[in-house]
Design a protein around this ligand. Sequence first.
Ligand code: ZN
Ligand code: FE
Length: 272
Amino acid sequence: MNTTKRDAPMTAVTILSLPAFNDNYIWVLRSGMNVAVVDPGDATPVLAYLRESGATLSALLITHHHGDHIGGIDALIKAANAPVQVFGPARESIPGLTDPLQGGEHLSLPALALELEVLAVPGHTAGHLAYYGANLGTDGALFCGDTLFGAGCGRLFEGTAAQMQASLAKIAVLPAPTCVYCAHEYTQSNLGFALAVEPDNPITRQRAHTVAEQRARGLATVPLTLSEELATNPFLRWSSPEVIAAATVQLGHPPEDKVQTFAAIRRWKDGF
Ligand code: ZN
Ligand code: FE
């Protein structure tokens, strides 16, 4: 048994993943016998986890309104013996929403002794949120839904390239060691595109190699570390000369600014 626990938090929060659908991750935050769940697209794995662990569901943290992120909310609320707090974007239609958020809020979940900052990260959807816990784990944790992926980012369904670039820029300035818990296992295929953008980036090449091995062994590549994304994710690398050169080829002229660079790379990826 590990008895060398850090002395600061009495109720350390542990984070685990429940795979859902083809490639979704539902994240469970647990402290003692209380859990909060991020983006329960499917209730089934969450209900199985609650049954097996005997833990109580206290809160749901929703990033955006797509079905693979909200599909399990109703069944989880119905199955709970006590009221469940449902946090999510105020400007999107979220079933059971009790705590509408805009971004910029500070959340306290007393049942888990957990403090979170809410970030507005529009782009994939108009009201997309991310939840950041500076004291979660050793290096902080970000739950970002479909905004940032391993070596990729979400498609622009409702927002503009300028909005998404600004959202990703908000994430980019978090501490580099932050663990990023995104909602999909897309890293391997995204790295194929990242190498097309930056064929000479040695860190991207090494990562593609490592990730291919991980996936061949059935291992998850998420959580990501922000530092690795900053080094390899073309959607965070609008200042890299190689990414600007790739955007220039796509546009037929040099990009005017980082938004144009990001937009050109995002458009290229849409048809890749
Ligand atoms: Zn989505
Ligand atoms: Fe999704």
